[in-house]
Design a protein around this ligand. Structure first.
Ligand code: SF4
Length: 426
């Protein structure tokens, strides 16, 4: 048997794409997975190009892999950077055997033995393609509900790497969820670039959540990423009232300034975002809200930045993924003239992160002595087991694999920013 080593960068969509690639190669070809790159006959790098750094990292990584690989081992580059750089990758790094775009995962077996193959067509529609069912976790299952994105946010490269938005038929999704849940994955994570824009012949995302929740073996449903623009009342009510839908909402704000949101082409205002966040907090008092924020978008004034800080004060997000704006090729914003100097961007990012850490400390400290229902899914070093509360806190307890796949009540004793530590009481 040949050995496959795969490195996955970026988001949950990429993780799921890697699972699909592994399924194709281990179930339809003669491969098995290895975690040692030096032993592999095929080395795959599943790349991300949402920010600049992972792209730079790709070429240094190819160099390292080329030096350390065993003789004759092939190197393939997949994912979003593969889509946007295409054959440029092989020109810059001729050791690469093939390039496979994020929308072309189902072609992995076609390119395997074709030195120099480049498959990066973003119009290729593989939405009806049924993959094998390899999963990295026995306890939770990621399921794609759509591929691509039609939004064209001015900073984002994804529409150029994953192509037009296509909804995967609801019946296929339900079949996949049922199969995963019956084999032990009680938690289902629905994936898409704009999950709550889902529409399969009139069945919207709320309908889909309802359908998944009707599968008896499914205990928890999560999803990523929803778009604030599509957070209508029907969606928020379903989120609040369906007990299987976990009370952890990702609301990517990006900026708190309506002027900048317009430049970003996000389609909502600061007022709309706050209205949705307040409604959510009112309907689900224990909800955890996470967000993404970009500081120093071109043209962002100090006042615009303060608008973002104001949203942080008002919403008190439980988690923020914050970044300095970085121009991405093929995007509109990369051509904007009023780019923000690095020192200002650095200062804004550290101001935001410092304030958020203060808020986070207050939120974290308030969990001491509370009891959460935790679904355990991963063994950690030092005899600990990790899981998540319904509302998304990472929780750690002492224990063994007996806890995996089970939901237990945990009393929080030592809350930390990165994880809440406690003990199982039931
Ligand atoms: S919604 Fe905007 S940020 Fe999200 S993937 Fe689509 S274009 Fe990118």
């Amino acid at each position: 048997m040949k050995k496959l080593y795969i490195e996955t960068l970026g988001c949950a969509m990429n993780e799921r794409d890697s699972e699909h690639i592994i399924a194709e190669l281990t179930q339809k070809e003669d491969f098995r997975l290895t975690s040692t790159m030096e032993d592999a006959d095929l080395i795959l790098i599943n790349t991300c190009s949402v920010r600049e750094k992972p792209v730079q990292k790709l070429f240094s990584e190819i160099g390292v892999f080329a030096k350390k690989r065993k003789e004759g081992a092939k190197i393939g580059v997949c994912g979003c950077t593969a889509s946007h750089l295409g054959e440029e990758i092989i020109k810059r790094a001729p050791v690469v055997d093939f390039v496979l775009g994020a929308r072309n995962v189902s072609k992995i077996r076609d390119v395997l033995d074709k030195k120099g193959a480049v498959e990066v067509d973003i119009n290729y529609d593989e939405s009806s393609f049924t993959f094998g069912d390899f999963r990295n976790s026995l306890y939770k299952a990621m399921i794609n509900i759509s591929i691509g994105c039609d939004k064209q946010c001015s900073f984002c490269i994804v529409p150029h790497t994953r192509g037009k938005e296509v909804a995967i038929p609801a019946d296929l999704i339900i079949q996949e969820a049922r199969k995963a849940a019956q084999s032990g994955a009680k938690e289902i994570m629905l994936l898409g670039q704009n999950v709550n824009n889902y529409n399969d012949n009139g069945r919207d995302f709320s309908d889909l959540l309802e359908m998944v929740s009707e599968i008896e073996e499914v205990e928890r449903i999560r999803f990523t990423s929803p778009h604030p623009l599509h957070m209508d009342d029907k969606f928020l009510e379903l989120f609040a009232n369906n007990p299987k839908v976990c009370k952890n909402m990702h609301m990517p704000l990006q900026s708190g300034s309506t002027k900048i949101l317009k430049e970003m082409k996000r389609g909502y205002t600061k007022g709309w975002f706050l209205d949705r966040a307040f409604k959510l907090r009112e309907m689900v008092p224990d909800v955890r809200i996470s967000t993404d924020i970009i500081v120093a978008f071109p043209g962002e004034s100090e006042e615009d930045f303060l608008e973002t800080m104001d949203v942080i004060e008002q919403v008190r997000f439980e988690q923020i993924f914050s970044f300095k704006y970085s121009p991405r090729p093929l995007t509109k914003a990369a051509e904007f003239e009023n780019q923000i100097p690095k020192e200002i961007a650095d200062r804004r990012l550290s101001t935001l992160q410092r304030r958020h850490n203060e808020i986070l400390d207050e939120i974290t400290d308030a969990t001491k002595g509370r009891v959460f229902e935790v679904y355990f899914e991963e063994l950690k070093s030092g005899g600990r087991v990790a899981g998540r509360s319904d509302n998304g806190f990472m929780v750690m307890v002492e224990g063994s694999e007996e806890l995996l796949g089970k939901t237990k009540e945990v009393l929080i004793e030592y809350p930390r920013r990165t994880a809440l530590h406690g003990k199982v009481i039931d």
